[in-house]
Every structure is written in structure tokens, then in C-alpha cells.
Design a protein around this ligand. Structure first.
Ligand SMILES: Cc1cc2nc3c(=O)[nH]c(=O)nc-3n(C[C@H](O)[C@H](O)[C@H](O)COP(=O)(O)OP(=O)(O)OC[C@H]3O[C@@H](n4cnc5c(N)ncnc54)[C@H](O)[C@@H]3O)c2cc1C
Ligand SMILES: C[S@@+](CC[C@H](N)C(=O)[O-])C[C@H]1O[C@@H](n2cnc3c(N)ncnc32)[C@H](O)[C@@H]1O
Length: 631
């Protein structure tokens, strides 16, 4: 359920929960510009900067965000990236966002774009992405203090915007403001509309030098400040990673993982060379003719479930931005057949909630040609994707160069007066590339260059072919024990593409197709969807079915690995691999995580989830130095 908003007769939005108004009568836009933007010296302060990172407490109706985005758009000297991180415990309905913005026609286009991505706002972090990924909004949905604790970055500006301190003390108390001060670096500016004494006292005690400024009617004053503590700031916990300057990066592997990294880095101004042993991109596991994008769901909303949701959001934005819906991918939703008689979901998940998976209805099952009483889930935000097309689209990002037919055998520190830190050679000793930083994204073959990481090859085979458009195959992809995707348009080819599989052979990297696997895939299809198996049986019998094989790369805990290969020693060589069976769910998220860590940007994931993807967990523990007895 969305947070209800009362719209007063004068058009001012009011919160029944807090019995307070979202904005002053003089208008939200004027307030955002005067109090927050002007209060933090924007847009002048961000001129010519590579990125600007804003922290806001209280997203509300999003008008401070929309006005900041608008100011960024209108500024010729805008930073390349604008990060806006906002905390909100009680998200409103998208209709209320639109209604608030409707009073300001200049915000209309931006508000529509915001409302279009305003979905699935379960507790946790959600990264929304605008203007081709240059404006990144991280919504932290939850109570202010735990959300602040879960995020870590150096903010350039801070907007404090709870309801009034009397009605909404949690947003302004000393502990909250102390958490906020953790984000400030010397010189960070802060702004708010309240000059309440306890707020001023707490901010001063936290190291902000404050000044009253003329307010916007009916308020006489507002507050501006700058972080200038009289003491040396000592950070608790790990410091945010120091940002690195952009330069040249070599990415090894032109599959989903490498292509996504290349696009995320090029977006931030890196010159990227992607090197691949094969003669064309997407020749490894990412050559899969069509893949399924669907979340993992568990009754306790386990780590993997939360990671796949964040990943799907990241991929979805890329699909919308770079590919043609209906041709390269389709937002079909997915039905997941379950073996358990009662499919358990986290408490409160249903068709009306912010969750995007719930029990499939009898109508949905019947429409897919399944018995209406089959235990099953419906994933509303799920799709099929022509995997290689996403790889190609990422590699087409300006700033990315692709070098095919080149296998990297050695990565060495450059010697002598070389400007670049790393040199990459093939087995014959020929220099393939030089770069400041290297990312190994070679799927299971990454082992050859990253032997310290335990990676497991998992061979898989699918069966695929073409069927008439009127073939009785379900229009909605099915997942469960095996999967089936059908009715995928395939250009000029006669008929529509279908695909079913897949097999799992651990520790095998054998790419030769196996007849036994095709028979196995058919047998499993017969259980998953007997009607489809019946329709496709003649093609299987006549040997008209193709087999496609690929090798997945899995880590021990089945989560991707993103991070430095040897922390502290050679931390400009990174790894981004182990996408397992979920390259479509993870590649975009991991690439953005890698780029964010390199640049000290806010992360799209809470710290604990980001850590769960880090290479650190898989690397061997450093050997302790033996204690030397004196004498
Ligand atoms: C049968 C099957 C079905 C699948 N179905 C789905 C699905 O429905 N949905 C989904 O999300 N995922 C699915 N997956 C998983 C998905 O395909 C992978 O997770 C994903 O493609 C991995 O991408 P990658 O870039 O890490 O690896 P790859 O695509 O394997 O790319 C690695 C690249 O690195 C290159 N390389 C390696 N070493 C070197 C080197 N030393 N020098 C130069 N180049 C090098 C290789 O040539 C290769 O091109 C499936 C996988 C299989 C096998
Ligand atoms: C004044 S409104 C913010 C207005 C907003 N900045 C805008 O531009 O529309 C304050 C917001 O703080 C949120 N809020 C209140 N208490 C909170 C808490 N404890 N944790 C997180 N958010 C909270 C409210 O739900 C409300 O949306």
C-alpha cells in the first residue's frame, strides 16, 4: 500500500500520518530552488566537476529531486554524473508524484519519467536511472537511521527535508544528524528550511558551521551550513574507496559481464578496450539465443532474492535504453511452476503490494495452457532477452573499442617509463594492450588469469528451433524444473523462435552437443508443459531441433564476484565474473557496482549486499606472518 496523501482545497499536499504539509504554501519548486539548491550553492558549486553526490532525508513527493535534475539539465557546466540519494520510509503512489509536479509544467517530462520507474519499492535500496544513466537516483526505502547506516559515500551537498521537527522528531534528532554528518567531508554544504534550535545545536555539535538565511514566505529564515569541524575527523568502519582518475581500461571478455563493465566505465569517461579470444562478441555463454530474466523469490526474502531484484531493475533500465522492445526483448512476465504444494511468499506479498511477484492466478495459468490449480508464481517484472543483442548494444557505447581474436595469456606490470600500469600479452608474447586498470571478465576461463579465485565451470545445453506463430506454445515464458521460452520473433526467419532447457553438468567445459541432453530436455519439457511438448514432439522426432551449449561460471556460493583480484597488492586488476545461471540478472548491476567503487559513488545496494558480491569472500586468507620471539 502506498502512503496516502491528503490534497487540501488549496492544492497543498498534507500527510495524515504526520499531520503536516509536504511543502510550504509558496510552492514546492520555489522552496527546492531557494532553500536547497541555492542553500548549497548549486548549480555553481558543481560546475565542471566529474560527478556530484547529493544526500536527501525525506523524498516525499520528489520535488526537490525533480528541481535538482532540472537545474542539472539546464546547466551547460553540469557534472557528467548526478547522484541523488534519498531516504524515504513511506513512499507515496505515483499518481501523487504526478499530481504534485502538475503544478509546475516545466517538471512534467521529468515527473513522467520518475513515475514510470516508481514501482517495486519494497524496503531496501532502489536505483532509478534517467537521462541515459547520467542522473542516478538511489531511493533508500526504510527508516532514516538504518538506511543511513546501510549507505556510505562522501556527499557533496546535503538536503534535510523531514516534516517539522515537532511532528517528525526521528528525522531531526541528534542520532540521525550524527549519521548524516558521516556523509560530510570538509566543505560539504548542508541546507534545510527549519531553524529549530535543537536542529541547529545538533548540527553544530556534529561539525557544521551554520548561518541563517532569508527564508521563503511564510518562513522568515532558512538554514545553510558547511562541514568544518574544529577537530580531525576519524571515520568508523571502512572508509569509502578513494576515487580513481579515469584513464584507459582493458576488459578481458566480450560477454555480458565484460560488455556491461565496458559500458559503465565508458559512460564515466574511461577509454575502454575489450579483448576477446573469440572471433566475435558473445561467443561464450552469452551467445545463448534467448535468455530469461526473472527474479529469485524465497519465503524469507533471502540475500539472493534481494540481489536478483536489484539486478533485474538495473538490466531493465538497460533494456529500455538500448534495445527494441518486442524485437530484442519483451516484458512478458514469467510463470514459475513450483513443486511445493503451497508456494510460500514473504509476509504481506500479494498483487496489491510493492512486490512484483505473487501467486499466479487460475486465469494466468489457463492462458498459459497449464492446469488452473498448479502451484505457481507470477513474476510481473520478468522478460525474455536476445542475450547477444544486449552484449552488442553495450559494446556500441562510445568510448569502447573491441579487439577480437586475441587471447590474453599474461597480465604484467608495465616496466620502464611506460605511461600505463599494465601490459597484456598473448601466449606468443605479443603485446595486446596497455592500460591503467584491467578487469577480468572471462567467464569460467577467468581462472587462467585469476587462479586465486575458485571458479567452477558448469556446462549447459538447451534445445531450440522455430515454430509457426499459431503453434500452441505458451506466450508467457515458463520457469520451474527446466524452462520454456516461445513466440520470440526472429527477423526474416520463417516462424518464431522457441527454446527449452537447460542441463547442468558441473566441472565440465565440453562444448560438443550431446544427443542424450536433447532427449533429456524434451523429457523435462513434457513435465513442465505437456501441451508444448506434444506440439514440438514431431520436430524432436525428425531431428529438426538445434542444440546450443555454453559453459557457465559459478562461484562456491553461486553469487557473482566483483572486486580487486589481490586487495592491497595489485588493486588495479579487478574481476567481474561468476554470473552463474543469471548473467542477465547480474551483469548490469555488477558493472555499475564496479564503476561506483572506482569513483567513490553511492552504491546501488546496501553495504551488506554489496559486500556479498565482493571478491574478498572467495580469496584465500592472507598467510599470517609468524610471530618472531625476541632473541
Ligand atoms: C545453457 C545455458 C542457459 C542459460 N540461460 C540463462 C538464462 O535464461 N538467463 C540468464 O540470465 N542466464 C542464463 N545463462 C547464464 C548466462 O549465459 C551467463 O551467466 C553469462 O552469459 C555469463 O557471461 P560472461 O560474460 O560472464 O561469460 P561469457 O559469456 O562466457 O564470456 C566470457 C568471454 O571471455 C572470453 N575470454 C575468456 N578468457 C579470455 C582470455 N584469456 N582472453 C580473451 N578472452 C577471454 C571468452 O572468449 C568469452 O567470450 C545460461 C547459461 C547456459 C550455459
Ligand atoms: C517534507 S517531506 C519531504 C518532501 C520532499 N523532499 C519533496 O521534495 O517532496 C518529508 C518526508 O520524510 C519522510 N519521513 C518521515 N519520517 C521518516 C523516517 N523516520 N524515515 C524516513 N523517512 C521519513 C516522510 O514520509 C516524508 O515523505
Amino acid at each position: 500500500m502506498s502512503e496516502p496523501v491528503d490534497w487540501r482545497a488549496d492544492g497543498v499536499p498534507r500527510s495524515p500520518r504526520f499531520d503536516d504539509i509536504y511543502h510550504s504554501e509558496s510552492g514546492a519548486l520555489a522552496q527546492a530552488k531557494h532553500v536547497f539548491l541555492h542553500g548549497c550553492g548549486l548549480p555553481a558549486a558543481w560546475a565542471g566537476q566529474p560527478q556530484w553526490r547529493i544526500l536527501e532525508t525525506g523524498f516525499g513527493l520528489g520535488l526537490s529531486f525533480l528541481s535538482t535534475w532540472q537545474a542539472w539539465r539546464n546547466d551547460a557546466k553540469r557534472p557528467r554524473l548526478l547522484h541523488f540519494v534519498s531516504i524515504e520510509a513511506f513512499p507515496v503512489a505515483p499518481e501523487d508524484l504526478l499530481r504534485a509536479a502538475a503544478r509546475h509544467p516545466e517538471l512534467d517530462e521529468l515527473a513522467q519519467a520518475l513515475a514510470a520507474q516508481w514501482h517495486g519499492l519494497l524496503p531496501g535500496f532502489h536505483r532509478l536511472c534517467f537521462d541515459e544513466g547520467r542522473v542516478l537516483l538511489t531511493l533508500c526505502i526504510g527508516d532514516v537511521q538504518p538506511m543511513l547506516r546501510a549507505q556510505r559515500f562522501d556527499a557533496d551537498s546535503i538536503f534535510l527535508d523531514g516534516f517539522s521537527p515537532q511532528r517528525n522528531p526521528a528525522m531531526w534528532n541528534h542520532d540521525t544528524l550524527k549519521q548524516v554528518a558521516r556523509f560530510a567531508q570538509r566543505g560539504t554544504r548542508i541546507a534545510t528550511w527549519t531553524i529549530a534550535r535543537p536542529v541547529r545545536d545538533a548540527l553544530s555539535q556534529c561539525g557544521f558551521r551554520l548561518a541563517r538565511a532569508p527564508g521563503l514566505a511564510p518562513k522568515r529564515d532558512c538554514l545553510q551550513g558547511v562541514f568544518e569541524p574544529s577537530w580531525q575527523v576519524r571515520r568508523r568502519g571502512p572508509p569509502p574507496e578513494a576515487p580513481v582518475a579515469t584513464g584507459r581500461c582493458a576488459v578481458i571478455g566480450a560477454g555480458l559481464a565484460g560488455a556491461a563493465v565496458a559500458a559503465s566505465l565508458a559512460q564515466r569517461g574511461w577509454e575502454v578496450v575489450v579483448i576477446d579470444a573469440a572471433s566475435r562478441p558473445a561467443s561464450g555463454a552469452s551467445g545463448l539465443p534467448v535468455g530469461m530474466l526473472a527474479p529469485h523469490v524465497s519465503p524469507d526474502d533471502a540475500l539472493l532474492s534481494r540481489l536478483t531484484r536489484a539486478g533485474i531493475r538495473a538490466t531493465w533500465q538497460q533494456l529500455c535504453l538500448r534495445l527494441d522492445e518486442g524485437v530484442d526483448w519483451r516484458a512478458t512476465g514469467v510463470i514459475e511452476k513450483r513443486a511445493d504444494a503451497i508456494v510460500r511468499l514473504p509476509d504481506g506479498w500479494n498483487a496489491e503490494g510493492p512486490n512484483e511477484s505473487w501467486h499466479a492466478t487460475p486465469d494466468q495459468l489457463r492462458a498459459a495452457g497449464l492446469p488452473a490449480d498448479n502451484p505457481a508464481l507470477w513474476h510481473a517484472r520478468a522478460a525474455w532477452v536476445r542475450t547477444p543483442r544486449l552484449v552488442h548494444a553495450w559494446l556500441a557505447q562510445p568510448g569502447v573499442e573491441v579487439k577480437q581474436g586475441a587471447r590474453v595469456a599474461r597480465i604484467e606490470r608495465s616496466t620502464g617509463a611506460a605511461a600505463m600500469a599494465w601490459s597484456l600479452f598473448d601466449a606468443a608474447g605479443a603485446l595486446l594492450a596497455e592500460a591503467d586498470r584491467v578487469v577480468i571478465a572471462g567467464g569460467f576461463e577467468s581462472t587462467a588469469l585469476a587462479s586465486s579465485l575458485p571458479l567452477q565451470p558448469v556446462r549447459g545445453q538447451v534445445a531450440w528451433g522455430h515454430a509457426r506463430a499459431d503453434a500452441p506454445l505458451p506466450r508467457t515464458p515458463l520457469n520451474g524444473n527446466g524452462h520454456l521460452i516461445s513466440h520470440v520473433p526472429d527477423g526474416d526467419v520463417d516462424g518464431e523462435l522457441w527454446l527449452t532447457g537447460a542441463t547442468f553438468d558441473r566441472d565440465s567445459a565440453d562444448l560438443a552437443p550431446r544427443e542424450g541432453d536433447t532427449a533429456f530436455n524434451f523429457e523435462r519439457l513434457s513435465r513442465l508443459h505437456p501441451g508444448a511438448a506434444k506440439a514440438l514432439a514431431p520436430a524432436f522426432e525428425r531431428g529438426e531441433v538445434h542444440a546450443w551449449t555454453g559453459v557457465r561460471c559459478a562461484s562456491a556460493d553461486r553469487r557473482p564476484l566483483v572486486g580487486p583480484l589481490q586487495p592491497g597488492v595489485a588493486d588495479s586488476v579487478w574481476v567481474c565474473t561468476a554470473m552463474g545461471s543469471r548473467g542477465l540478472s547480474f551483469a548490469a548491476l555488477c558493472a555499475e557496482l564496479l564503476a561506483a567503487r572506482w569513483h567513490g559513488e553511492p552504491l546501488a545496494l546496501p553495504a551488506r549486499l554489496a559486500q556479498a558480491l565482493d571478491t574478498q569472500r572467495a580469496l584465500p586468507m592472507p598467510v599470517p606472518v609468524p610471530h618472531q620471539r625476541p632473541g
